[in-house]
Ligand binder design. Structure first.
Ligand code: GDP
Ligand code: MG
Length: 431
């Protein structure tokens, strides 16, 4: 019985720190996952190097195995890199001017309309400025959105100078008080120097309090270049990532954020006016890794671990406790599936790592065939009782012997773990 389970238990005491080999193998997979999510190559490389350095020698957490521990470290670092918590642009009571920039088709005009709706609903008085004179229809597009939201729009005329635009906006504000002005600008299909200059001139005239770069989540590898150039030319203060409702995994968000270091305020999640959400780094981190399910399982494993910690003193760990723990492990779902979700991750795990669902069932059956007295005090299980339990659960006496021995070893191991993690213990060292 339970040779594999026994193997794992044997290892628990020995492999409590991530080795360089484990981290290296896991990071190969992580790097691939990042590239598949369209994270810029250089950003992925830097990220992996940074996490690897942190990971080697890290304690393997509670009930997690080595692979899960690496995934958790990567996930945490991704969240951190994406900005930690959801952030919002700061708004003063008045005089807020936001400048929308980005490539053509990124979603500037749409996002301008969405922002107007969002802040109007929060009681702000919004004025839109249609400054995209590049395409004739662009100003009309914003006007339609402004009508839909119910906010005024000021259309910049062809050939109008930035100074004149500024003057017209100021004049509008004199008769119609507005505390948030959002300027929609011309798009560029690619970075174009002449257009960049125009944009910079308008920015200088308007003196925006925020310059928001709109990045299409589908931009992929180019996102880094785009973000870097815009940031250099117009000093971006924050980011909006659009089209997160599409297939894109969100690598562009990580690239743009990494290269500019600016907060990502919003995610566009549909073409509609209401399709704007705060940007949640934890959700996007899971999406970039393509392993939301895995993270859920890891969380459950941690919760199961917390419950296990509540169990008495290690010396009192009896067969009932073992049964409870096994059932918790089984509730987490087939562990084999968990590993399959992480492409190639199983290679990073200790050899022989595999909790067989069948073996868990067998142990469950054997313990279930015991009386409560026997479970609480396994010492009383003599030869006669072993025979009865074996027959009752459809196993051999030898199986029962192995189970009882495993339980004894687990108990010893738990005592040892408690000594190591007790006050004054330094990390988790091999015995
Ligand atoms: P601009 O050139 O930067 O002003 O881009 P637009 O605002 O005109 O948007 C270009 C296209 O992307 C339009 O068809 C929009 O409807 C679409 N779009 C913008 N944001 C989103 C979004 O968050 N999700 C989806 N699905 N489509 C979007
Ligand atoms: Mg536009």
């Amino acid at each position: 019985l339970g040779n594999k389970l026994q193997d794992i238990l044997d290892r628990v005491g020995k492999e409590r720190q991530l080795t360089e080999a484990q981290v290296k193998a896991a990071m190969r997979e992580i790097r691939m996952a990042l590239l598949e999510a369209d994270v810029n190559f250089g950003v992925a490389k830097d990220f992996v190097a940074r996490v690897s350095e942190k990971a080697v020698g890290q304690s393997v957490e509670g009930s997690l195995n080595a692979g899960q521990t690496v995934v958790k470290l990567v996930h945490d670092e991704l969240i951190e890199t994406l900005g930690g918590k959801a952030a919002q642009p700061e708004l003063k009571t008045e005089g807020n001017v936001w400048f929308m920039v980005g490539l053509q088709g990124a979603g500037k005009t749409t996002s301008t309309g969405k922002l107007a709706a969002h802040y109007k609903s929060k009681g702000r008085r919004v004025l839109l400025v249609a400054a995209d004179t590049q395409r004739p229809a662009a100003r009309d597009q914003l006007e339609v959105l402004a009508k839909q939201v119910g906010v005024p729009v000021l259309k910049v005329a062809d050939g109008e100078s930035p100074a004149e635009t500024k003057r017209r906006v100021d004049e509008h504000l004199k008769t119609d008080f507005r505390d948030l002005v959002i300027v929609d600008t011309a798009g560029r299909l690619q970075i174009d120097e002449a257009l960049m200059d125009q944009l910079a001139d308008l920015q200088t005239a308007m003196q925006p309090t925020e310059s928001l770069l709109v990045v299409d989540a589908m931009t992929g590898q180019e996102a880094l270049n785009v973000a870097q150039t815009f940031d250099q030319r117009v000093n971006v203060t924050g980011l909006i990532v659009t089209k997160m409702d599409g297939d894109a995994r969100g690598g562009a968000a990580l690239s743009a954020r990494s290269v500019t270091g600016k907060p990502i305020y919003f995610a566009g999640v549909s073409e509609k006016i209401a399709g704007l959400e705060p940007f949640y780094p934890d959700r996007v981190a899971g999406r970039i890794l393509g392993m939301g399910d895995v993270l859920g399982l890891i969380e459950r494993a941690q919760q199961a671990d917390l419950k296990a910690m509540e169990v008495k003193k290690p010396g009192d760990f009896d067969l009932e406790d073992l049964l409870v723990q096994l059932r918790q492990i089984r509730k987490m779902g087939p562990l084999g599936d968990l590993l399959k979700l992480i492409p190639g991750m199983s290679r990073a795990l200790p050899e022989g790592f595999n909790i067989d669902e069948k073996q868990l069932q067998r142990i469950d059956a054997m313990i279930s065939s015991m009386t409560v007295k026997e479970r609480r005090n396994p010492k009383i299980i003599d030869g006669r009782r072993r025979k009865r339990i074996a027959a009752g659960s459809g196993h051999s006496v030898q199986d029962i012997n192995k189970l009882l021995k495993m339980h004894e070893q687990m108990k010893d191991m738990m005592k040892m773990l408690q000594r190591m993690s007790g006050p004054g213990a330094k990390g988790m060292k091999p015995p």
